[in-house]
Design a binder for this molecule. Structure first.
Ligand code: GRF
Length: 207
């Protein structure tokens, strides 16, 4: 049975595009909704251009009332009836109640090799730590931030003159490869982790 996938975004939605564009042919899932907390999110236009239903629930009018904001999110989700939620650049913290409702059916992509660097500014933190490798992780969402079971990781090298921006730019394409690969397996019930490594190596192997 084809799984119905809703993707939650807050911005450009490059991971959403990668997920949507991957769900074709014999893929066991199809996108049914792209939902944003920002009505101006550029990803909404990209989704609409791909014929995917979109919705936005602006979180700002709800202030600190997360439960009311999530109730409005859930109303949109109830209309789309997804089986799986994919958080893709979604920048709002979700309450334990909302997460419990989607327990085992909600994924997130985080730009670090979890459990390292939960939270924000992951690329700068990896550089500050002098890491020689960095990357991204797809995990099941649990109430603790960036803490659920890891379903896949992609690794890139950290290069000597990297900045947070150059490192982020090296990680992002790997996110676009990793998330679709994890979702394809997850949609079949396969939980075996996906592991990808960037073709780059340092120092260059042909040195
Ligand atoms: C990405 O770095 C992703 O890891 C993080 O949000 C950033 C933007 O994602 N969660 P997108 O382009 O909006 O998918």
């Amino acid at each position: 049975m084809t799984k119905r996938v809703a993707i939650l975004i807050s911005g450009g939605g490059s991971n959403m595009v990668a997920l949507v564009d991957s769900m074709t042919g014999d893929h066991p899932a199809r996108p049914v909704l792209v939902l944003s907390n920002d009505p101006q999110a550029a990803g909404l236009d990209k989704a609409a251009a791909r014929g995917i239903p979109t919705a936005a629930v602006d979180h700002r009018p709800y202030g600190k009332d997360r439960a009311a904001f999530e109730q409005a999110l859930q109303a949109e989700l109830d209309r789309a009836q997804p089986d799986i939620l994919c958080l893709a650049g979604f920048m709002r913290i979700l309450t334990a109640d909302f997460i419990a409702r989607w327990d085992g059916r909600m994924l997130n992509i985080h730009p670090s090799l979890l459990p390292k660097y939960k939270g924000l500014n992951t690329h700068a933190r990896a550089l500050a730590a002098g890491d020689t490798e960095h990357g991204c992780s797809v995990h099941q969402v649990t109430p603790a931030l960036d803490d659920g079971p890891v379903l896949g990781q992609a690794v890139v090298p950290v290069l000597p003159r990297d900045t947070a921006d150059t490192l982020a730019a090296r990680v992002l394409p790997m996110e676009h490869a990793l998330y679709p690969a994890v979702l394809r397996k997850f949609a079949t019930g396969d939980r075996t982790p996906v592991f990808l490594r960037s073709g780059l190596s340092f120092p260059p192997s042909n040195a």
